[in-house]
Write a protein that binds this ligand. Structure first.
Ligand code: PDD
Length: 296
């Protein structure tokens, strides 16, 4: 119960879950990954995550030897072994074991790892008080270098931005792209609300195509929420009425201060609360569609 790890199909307790030091995932960060969650015990948006995993692999010239169904089956096995009411899954594909050379040619086969752990409920303080963010001078990776649309094992730039944000007394950092336009937070996408309209940096700004972001953008029209994707300078953050972040783990999280200045009146705003509620409803619909029993 609790944390279990599947390594190439072997289900292991966390203390026995080890990787080979000659795996290029360990040596060079030569790996791709996804973070997926359950709703009422059922994985949600798995297909979208597996499609993105394939896209990430393609961008680093890695061919996945498993079908989406085979990966989903590994996740289901690990989920059953975990026995948690609600789970977090980290699906990692490393390049595999090879010689100490940047070239992946000697790597025999990729390694598929699934880490399952209980999914904690988001802290109530975030919905109540919001997050404090700072705009970091550390840019998001240039699309011409390691394209941020690939979710790879190279998170060091984001990690450093997050450490610096915490040192600055903030919860997260907003990164600008190399042209100085808003990109995203360290593991979340960014949304602004301006005059009742929701705006989010376009994929061309050099961000991860978040599954949560996409789900919301598809949900907005039917809910009568006006939304746009575009390019925004950092000043758009200062003048926004509301700001929120989205991710599989965070869901929809209000941001109430940027660089120490309050966003709007410094409280989570009405549009953000509405978006958070519709996200929860969307998750429930997905769980219903996956056959999850309704709790009484
Ligand atoms: N992070 N941007 C970045 C850089 C991310 O790492 C993530 C996800 C997102 C949001 O994507 P999604 O809505 O698909 O979760 C945006 C996951 C949660 C993580 O690495 O833990």
């Amino acid at each position: 119960m609790g944390i279990v790890v599947s390594i190439d199909g072997r289900i292991l307790p966390p203390e026995e879950a080890t990787v080979n030091v000659f795996d290029h995932g360990f040596l060079f960060g030569d790996s791709v990954y996804e973070v997926v969650r359950t709703r009422r015990g059922r994985p949600v948006t798995m297909e979208e995550h597996l499609a993105r995993l394939e896209g990430s692999a393609r961008r680093i010239y890695m061919e996945l030897p498993w079908s989406r169904a085979a990966i989903a089956a590994r996740v289901a096995e690990a989920n059953a072994a975990g026995g948690n009411a609600e789970s977090y899954f980290r699906i990692i594909v490393t390049r595999g074991v090879g010689e100490i050379s940047l070239l992946p040619d000697t790597c025999r086969s990729p390694c598929l790892i699934v880490i399952v752990k209980p999914l904690p409920a988001p802290p109530a303080s975030v919905a109540r008080d919001g997050l404090r963010v700072l705009v970091t001078g550390r840019p998001r990776n240039d699309r011409r270098a390691l394209d941020p649309s690939a979710k790879t094992g190279n998170y060091l730039n984001n990690l450093l931005a997050l450490v610096e944000a915490h040192r600055g007394g903030c919860d997260d950092a907003i990164l600008l792209n190399p042209a100085g336009l808003l990109a995203e937070a360290t593991t979340s996408n960014l949304f602004l609300v301006r005059g009742g309209r929701v705006a989010t940096p376009a994929l061309e700004c050099g961000i991860l195509a978040g599954i949560t972001r996409d789900l919301l953008l598809r949900e907005f029209p039917a809910r009568g929420i006006a939304a746009e994707e575009g390019s925004y300078g950092a000043e758009a953050l200062e003048s926004a009425d509301e700001v929120f972040l989205t991710s599989t783990i965070r869901g929809v999280a209000p941001v109430t201060s940027v660089d120490g200045r309050p966003v709007g009146d410094g409280r989570p705003g009405p549009v953000t609360r509405r978006v958070a509620a519709l996200y929860e409803e969307a998750l429930d619909r997905l769980a219903d569609a996956a056959g999850a029993p309704r709790s009484s």
